[in-house]
Design a protein around this ligand. Structure first.
Ligand code: HEM
Length: 140
């Protein structure tokens, strides 16, 4: 739940671009070949119309019943790894690696954000903290 919520608020890939290679039907819309389409992941992930009035809050429990129940109307709107045939091939690996890394750290340390931390999500190819994420570790 925590990893999902981090990826919702701060998706490393903020936008996906695709191009139609043949006429495509998207709901009521017919799209001819050669049209460039952008999926603004960052905007969709922060849309109160989709996630509710608390869309910008860090609230991992919204994923308590899975991804499809996290949105207001059960809409599919969580795309940190893309979706469909070209979905990220490393998705399971990345999530497993994060869980393993965190659980290894938590066995030996507790940690808190340093007072030097400045919240400044910044885009250089991917989304990342502009001034890093200084953390204080305490051995337990
Ligand atoms: C938090 C970590 C990661 C994020 C947020 C992420 C996100 C994404 C996204 C958004 C796409 C594009 C999907 C699309 O075009 O529809 C993608 C594609 C891809 N990712 Fe990742 N990724 C992550 C980690 C990884 C890792 C660890 C690997 C490899 C070990 C990996 C390998 C790939 C590959 C090969 C593709 C291209 C798949 C294709 O075009 O068929 N990714 N990823």
């Amino acid at each position: 739940m925590i990893l999902y919520e981090v990826l919702r608020l701060y998706p490393p890939v903020v936008m996906l671009n695709k191009q139609t290679y043949k006429t495509m039907q998207l709901g009521d819309v017919t799209i001819p070949p050669g049209v460039l389409l952008a999926l603004p992941i960052l905007f969709i992930h922060h849309d109160p119309g989709i996630w509710g009035p608390d869309a910008t809050e860090f609230k991992p429990t919204r994923f308590a019943e899975g991804i499809s129940k996290a949105t207001k109307n059960g809409q599919l709107a969580f795309f940190p790894f893309g979706w469909g045939p070209r979905i990220c091939i490393g998705q399971n690996f990345a999530l497993l690696e994060a869980k393993m890394g965190l659980s290894m750290i938590l066995q030996h340390f507790k940690f808190e954000l340093s007072e030097k931390y400045q919240h400044a999500p910044h885009l250089v190819l991917g989304l990342h903290p502009q001034y890093g994420t200084p953390i204080k570790f305490h051995r337990i």
